[in-house]
Ligand binder design. Structure first.
Ligand SMILES: NC(=O)c1ccc[n+]([C@@H]2O[C@H](COP(=O)([O-])OP(=O)(O)OC[C@H]3O[C@@H](n4cnc5c(N)ncnc54)[C@H](O)[C@@H]3O)[C@@H](O)[C@H]2O)c1
Ligand SMILES: [Zn+2]
Length: 359
């Protein structure tokens, strides 16, 4: 094993983490030496990450760079269409490789584009945000949004490899770092009370702790995904905070204050911790601990309660539901999630009121 490198084996691929990932990437690219390699970036990863990557990985010097505009509102089928056309113009064939260099928008959409172009070409993910390094990098979910509704179109498909270089985070804005941190908090809440305590003290400011946090989160997510790759049961644990969170995120896109994914999930986790207290007996003191910890990291606004019906509509359309019931993952206690619960509208409205009351 190379120094400064950790390896996780997931469903059909490997995830490498550490400052030495470019060495392994160089080896992994050898089979593509005589084929076309495409590098998908946005303006920020082009500016902050691409040169470092290319200067460390010789084979990428001849790669074609495809740049898209950053942002969740570009995670659409229209942008896929443009990229499929670009791949075709550059005569990408079944042996070509697409490397996705960016946050979750680039890795989700790039994965989907590669999985569908000519019935599927190989792709590699190089996640560059905290959120994509600890979460979107594992588990094989690819896809795009439909009319603002999250991840409505997509496929499960694994990349050829995932290469996580923690120092890419040095140029990431604090707000984006915190967005990723919400997923780490979620990983802790559903499965590891000791990790929750570490995160409460804050693992963001010190770059030394990034690798530890990334590896811990990947390990937790990977263990869950390996048991249930297609989200029939166990994988639903990862949806904690996401039923209410996704609705809030989607709704926020129609307002002047669009939220980042992790910010919406932070709100969702407070509201769903309240539901956990009401429905499966999460202790009151743990509910308070969760709310206070989350609020210590995020500057959040109240939810406009006159808009709650919009949120309920969005929750009804959530693809996580079945049998017309809104499906929730809740917490028995800090460090232990519990899947397949339902809550009625009154309980959901109470949870949103609880969130507003603790701000
Ligand atoms: N597939 C999955 O399992 C999974 C899991 C969680 C989230 N997601 C998806 O991930 C998306 C969110 O990902 P995200 O938070 O990474 O957002 P993002 O991809 O929009 O990136 C956030 C911003 O950071 C910029 N950026 C990226 N790397 C940078 C760097 N190193 N330095 C400076 N700026 C940089 C980007 O250009 C963008 O402006 C959502 O669409 C969500 O649905 C997917
Ligand atoms: Zn998420």
């Amino acid at each position: 094993m190379i120094e400064n490198l950790q390896k996780f084996t997931t469903t059909n691929t490997e995830v490498y983490v550490g400052s030495a990932v470019f060495d392994v990437l160089s080896i992994s690219l050898q089979p593509y030496a005589n084929h076309k390699i495409f590098l998908l970036v946005d303006e920020n990863t082009l500016q902050n990450c691409a040169s470092l990557l290319i200067s460390n990985v010789e084979l990428l010097q001849g790669a074609e760079i495809i740049e898209i505009e950053s942002g969740e509102d570009n995670k659409t089928i229209d942008i896929c269409f443009q990229i499929w056309k670009t791949l075709a113009e550059y005569e990408a064939d079944r042996n070509s490789l697409l490397i996705n260099l960016g946050g979750g928008v680039i890795t989700d959409m790039g994965g989907f584009i590669a999985s569908t172009y000519k019935r599927g070409i190989d792709f590699i993910n190089i996640p560059t945000t905290l959120l994509s390094q600890i979460d979107a990098s594992v588990g094989g979910k690819t896809g795009v949004d439909l009319d603002g509704m999250k991840n409505m179109i997509g496929v499960f498909n694994e990349p050829q490899g995932v290469f996580v270089y923690p120092d890419f985070l040095k140029t990431l804005e604090k707000r984006q770092m915190l967005s990723g941190y919400a997923e780490a908090l979620k990983h802790a809440l559903i499965s590891d009370a000791a990790y929750w305590e570490d995160l409460q003290f804050g693992m963001l400011s010190d770059g030394e702790e990034w690798s530890e946090m990334i590896c811990k989160s990947i390990q937790i997510k990977n263990e869950i995904v390996l048991k249930d790759p297609k989200e029939k049961n166990e994988r639903k644990l990862l949806n904690f905070g996401h039923t209410i969170g996704h609705a809030i995120e989607t709704y926020s896109f129609t307002t002047d204050n669009p939220l980042l994914h992790g910010e919406a999930i932070a709100i969702g986790m407070i509201a769903e911790a309240y539901l956990s207290n009401q429905i499966i007996g999460l202790k009151e003191e743990e509910l308070k601990d969760i709310s206070a910890t989350i609020l210590s990291f995020y500057k959040l606004n109240k939810i406009d309660t006159t808009k709650v019906h919009n949120l309920l509509e969005l929750m009804k359309n959530d693809k996580k539901n079945s049998n017309n019931e809104i499906n929730f993952t809740l917490l028995n206690k800090i460090g232990e999630g519990s899947i397949n619960h339902s809550a009625d509208f009154t309980q959901i409205i109470d949870a949103i009121n609880y969130y507003n009351s603790v701000l």
